[in-house]
Every structure is written in C-alpha cells, then in structure tokens.
Design a protein around this ligand. Structure first.
Ligand code: ATP
Length: 621
C-alpha cells in the first residue's frame, strides 16, 4: 500500500532550466543580444561626457556662438566649422559614436525580441509536452483524487507563465547585474566617495523587492489555487450538466462559483496592493537616490573631484540601473504569478510514478503475445490502508475461457478487473498471465493485449471511424467495417448523417446508450486481443438493445479469455464459468445449471432477479 500513497517532494526549479538548456542556441542569442545592449548602455554616456566636458572647458566659445548669430548664420557657421576647421571635431565624433550606439541598440533590441519570443515559445512547448506526458503516464489512482480542471489550468496557463519568468530572469541576470557591476567599477575608478552613494542604495532596493515580491507571490499563489479549483468546478458542471439540471443544482453551483470568485478576487486585490507598494517604493527610491547623487555630485564638482561630464555619466548609469529594476517591480505580480505557476508545475513533475501507484517497473519487458491463461494467486488488495477488499483471492481462467463475475454490490468484482488491467497492484500475491507476474511486463504491452468495454463507453470527440480505429492505429477501412459489422454497429453507423465520418460529441453525444456500447465493442473487436474485459456492458439498456449488445459480445469473446462483471444474470447463462463473490471472496463457482442446482447465493440472486423481471412484466392493476 505504501507504493500507492501519493507523495509530494519539494519542488525543484529544474523544468525551466532544463528546457532552456535544450534550446541553448536561442538562449545564447538572447543572452548575447542582451549583453550587447548592456555594453552599449554602459558606453552610451561616454561620448556625451566628452562633449559636455569639452564645452564646459570652453564656455566662452559656446556662449559666443549662441549669442552672436541668428538662426541662418548659426547654421552656416556650424557647417563651415564642421567642413573647414578642426574645432568641432569632438562634436562630430561624439554624435557619430552616439548614433552608432543608438543604431546598435535598436538592432540588438530587435534580435533580442525575436529570439526571446522564439525561445519563450519553445520553452513553453517543451515544458507543456513534458508535463502532459508525465501526467498522462501517471498511475490511474492519481486521477481519482486529482482535480482535472486544476490540472488543465496547470497545463495551459501555468506553462504559458513560464515565459514571463524566463524573460524576468534574463533581464535581471543579463541586463541589471552587469549594469550594476559596470556602474560600480566605473564609479570606483572615477571617484570612490561618489561610488559609495550607489553602493548604499543597492541593498535597500534589493530588500524592498524581496519583501514586497514575496508577499505578492503568496497572494498570487493562493489565488492560483482557488482558480484551479474553480476551473475544476466549472468543468464538472459542464460535464455533468444533465445531472446538474435534473437535480436542480444550478443555484448551488453558481453560489460556489461566486464564492470562489470572490475569494480569488480578494487575493488578487491583496497581490495588487503589494505590487502597488513595491512600485511606489521603487519610485521613491529612484527619486531619493537621484537627488542624493545630484547633491553629492555637485558638491564633488565644486571640490574639483568630478567633472560635469562625469556627473552626467553617473546620472545616466543611475537611470540605466533603475530602468530594469522599475520595470521588474511593475511586473512583480506577473513575476509572482509565474513563480507560483512554476512551483505548481514542479510539484507534478516531482511525482514519481512508482511511488504514486502501478507503473512500469525498472525491469519490465515487453510482453510476448499472450495465450490468455490468467491467474490470481493469493491476492490481497485494498484501496485504502487497512481496508482490504480482496483477501487471499484465488482464481484461474484457462486460455479462451469465458468467466463471469457476479455478486453483491461492493463485493470486489470491478476491483478484480482493475488488478488484471494493472490500474492497481496487489498489496500481496500476484496476478499472472501465462505463468508470469504481470508486473514483469511493460504496461503498454500488457494493456495492448486487452480489449476493454466498460459501463461508460468512452466515446471521444472525433468521427465514428476514428473512434473505432483508435484500438488499432493504422487499421484498414475493411478491418474497421468488419469490426463494426461484428459488433452489430454497421447498420446504425450507415444511417448516421455522414456515416463513418459523422463527428461525435464528447461522451458520445448523438448516440443512444446501446449504440455507444456497440461502438465500444467494435473497437474491442478491432483490437483483436487475447484477453477481453467487460464491466457491466449491458447495464442501463432495454431488452432489445441488451440482446443486440450480447450478440456482439458473443462474437467479441469467442476464443478469447474473458472476464465479465455483470448483475444481469440472464446475459451469462452460456458462460464457461460463473464466479460468485461475496465480501471479496469466491463463494461459489461453476456453470449456470450447476450453480442453480447448488442452491446457494447464485440461485437466490437468480430467483430474486427472475421475480423482479416477472413483476415488472406483470400487468398493472
Ligand atoms: N477507487 C476507489 N477508492 C476507494 N475505494 C474503492 C474504490 N473503488 C472501489 N472501492 C471500494 O471497494 C469495494 C469494492 O468495489 P468494487 O467496485 O470492486 O465492487 P463491485 O463488486 O464491482 O461493486 P458494484 O457491483 O456495485 O459495481 C467497495 O466497497 C468500494 O466502495
């Protein structure tokens, strides 16, 4: 049972990193473009500095020019200066360098955006694929407790949010950090006293970011959980719409929805508040630091330790430093959302199928084609710890034998089928096919040799043909039609508006219960499996439908080892063996006539069913 307990490991942020590693070329391109921009941003104030310092050193010249000439003269003198004299060389050089920097920046920005969009999409797709494959391959018992709406939102929304976090991480790592380092290096080499002004600000900015982001993230995480639950409720309401309306549950469902929506909104408002505080405190910090830098800077200029151009460089660096930080603070709630989303993805990826339930064991090998000799050897099993459903259960079916499992409700009939399909593993004992423990085989090769028809026929939203063909990928048209004929489904399929091409609704909308069942039988016939599993295939059908379905089942099960769970004893009178269960144990076993003669539980079930049928047929009044 310990195997079955679903355990959560602590989330590790590995998915994003490994997806990025997989697309390292695109990541490298983004990083190179960002790094190039950072370098250009760091270089940008220098031409400005040399121009300003040049002008400040020659103030009379500058002042003279502006005061003496009108506009036309000013332009003419300036152009002559550029063409004939060396006087404006500093200006020409500065403008040229700045123009180069701006063009380079624009080009790199374009490359960065292109590469980032492509990297983001590829990373999202990779995470989505991995998450979906991991989820689909998880053992069945995981889905009994999981909320499917929540899982859907993890696959669609949470994975998409990974792109945001990727963008944020790259911005911080490749843009902000080098900018900070560049500023510190340049500042210390120019004027270390002045550099201390910067240094003081960094921890405050960091602390404010961490403090408010953490709170925003907590609020967003709660909001996400509630939204996941809401999505599950919505999905349930639509899926069971018939039950919802027939039980008049609409108002309760709407109330639940509104309640969840209100809770989610409260957390969203909370997140917004922290986000607002973060943005405001960042703005205040930027303002205060700029003032401090200006104040100290002018004092340093007066003391002759700094030039005006150098102050310009500092101010420009400060702006470049705060730009990404302010941007990030504005995106704090997006960042928080993405971080919460990544955690939710990691949570699922950390589930080890072997710990969750029945899955491929490391030594499993593909099963050979089965003859179909099935054995349950001293099997103990319970869904919950300390609540065994089957105790010391033994049953053997020869290859090709048709076995019916009957008994009281809750006696463990379907559980036996679950163990045979390896939806669960026994706590003790073994289930064996052709003498080998089924755990030795890979799940795909084991289940690939079983044809299953359940109470719910599982019709998918695709054409009739595709619904049948999914049992055998690549099946020919003749094989599909032959299977449909054998299942007694061909005639009604041909009467459908587009025959085999008719698109079916989710859950088989548009077909009657009996038609759905026969479609499922056609699928099982096409599978051509040595083992057939049927769980109450005729339940809920009228007498005529039941007859047609049983004829189809007769053709499906011919020569194949069959296990059929049923309450309708009249449908199994010709079975090779009827196994009667009570409280998880076999109490009787034999053919119909033998069991009637034995005068035990089977006979009582049979007689009560006959009496029920007689009374239902008796004329009223
Ligand atoms: N997924 C599950 N988790 C926990 N308990 C379960 C689960 N499925 C079945 N059970 C319990 O195991 C017992 C046997 O169930 P099972 O479905 O095998 O009985 P059954 O004989 O097929 O019943 P029925 O004829 O009503 O379908 C029941 O008490 C049931 O409540």
């Amino acid at each position: 049972m310990t195997q079955r307990a679903s355990r959560k490991s602590h989330p590790r942020p590995t998915q994003l990193a490994s997806a990025v590693r997989l697309h390292w070329k695109a990541a490298l391109l983004v990083a190179a473009a960002m790094a190039g921009q950072t370098l250009l941003t760091l270089a940008q104030p220098w031409p400005l500095r040399s121009m300003i310092d040049h002008v400040v050193k020659n103030p009379a010249e500058a002042h003279d020019l502006a005061a003496r000439y009108n506009l036309m003269e000013f332009i003419l003198v300036s152009v002559r200066g550029f063409v004939q004299e060396d006087r404006f060389h500093f200006l020409f050089q500065g403008i040229f360098l700045l123009a180069l920097i701006y063009c380079g920046n624009a080009l790199l920005l374009y490359v960065q955006n292109m590469a980032l969009a492509s990297l983001g999409q590829r990373v999202v797709l990779t995470i989505r694929e991995r998450l979906f494959s991991h989820l689909v391959a998880l053992p069945h018992n995981y889905f009994e407790k999981a909320r499917t709406g929540d899982l859907t939102s993890r696959i669609s929304k949470d994975t998409a949010d990974a792109q945001d976090i990727l963008e944020s991480i790259l911005t911080v790592l490749i843009r902000s950090l080098p900018t900070i380092v560049g500023i510190l290096v340049v500042s210390f080499t120019m004027d270390w006293i002045y550099a201390l002004t910067f240094l003081m600000v960094i921890p405050v900015v960091y602390w404010a970011n961490v403090f408010f982001s953490r709170r925003t993230r907590e609020a967003v995480r709660k909001q996400r959980r509630i939204e996941g639950a809401l999505a599950s409720n919505v999905q349930e309401a639509f899926y069971y719409h018939k039950a919802v309306t027939s039980l008049s549950l609409e108002s309760e469902i709407i109330d639940d929805f509104l309640e969840g929506g209100r809770e989610s909104a409260e957390h969203a408002v909370r997140a917004g508040r922290f986000q607002g505080m973060l943005t405001a405190s960042m703005d205040m910090l930027v303002g205060a630091t700029s003032l401090l830098v200006l104040f100290v800077g002018i004092l340093r200029i007066i003391h002759g330790c700094l030039t005006v151009g150098q102050l310009m460089v500092f101010l420009s660096y400060l702006n470049s430093l705060f730009k990404p930080i302010r941007e990030l603070s504005k995106f704090a709630s997006r960042w928080a959302k993405s971080a919460a989303a990544l955690e939710r993805i990691e949570e699922i990826m950390a589930l080890n199928p072997l710990e969750v339930g029945a899955s491929d064991l490391p030594h499993a090998v593909p099963a050979p084609r089965f003859r179909g000799h099935v054995e349950f050897r001293d099997v103990w099993f319970g869904y919950e710890k300390d609540h065994p459903i089957l105790q010391d259960f033994r049953l053997a079916a020869a290859a090709g034998e048709r076995v019916a499992l009957v008994g009281d409700s809750g006696s463990g009939k379907s559980t036996i089928l679950h163990l045979l399909m390896r939806l669960y593993d026994p706590d003790r004992g073994t289930v064996a096919i052709d003498g080998r423990d089924i755990r030795d085989f890979t799940l795909a090769s084991l289940r690939g040799q079983m044809a299953v028809v359940l109470q719910d026929s599982y019709i998918f939203r695709m054409s009739v043909r595709e619904n049948i063909a999914m049992a055998k990928p690549g099946a020919s048209e003749e094989e599909i039609t032959a299977a449909a004929r054998a299942a007694g489904a061909h005639d009604f399929i041909q009467r459908l508006p587009q025959g085999y091409d008719t698109q079916l609704g989710e859950g088989g909308g548009g077909l009657s219960g009996g038609q759905k069942r026969r479609l499922a039988i056609a699928r099982a016939i096409l599978r051509d499996a040595p083992i057939v599993i049927l769980d109450e295939p005729t339940v809920g059908l009228d007498a005529a439908s039941e007859k047609r379905v049983m004829e189809a089942i007769g053709r499906l099960t011919r020569g194949r080892t069959t296990f059929m769970v049923t309450h309708q004893l009249a449908t199994i009178m010709d079975f090779d063996r009827i196994v009667v269960l009570s409280g998880g144990k076999v109490v009787e076993s034999g053919r119909h006539e033998d069991l009637i003669r034995a005068d035990g539980l089977y006979r009582r079930l049979w007689e009560s069913q006959q009496a029920g049928e007689d009374s239902s047929r008796a004329p009223v009044g």
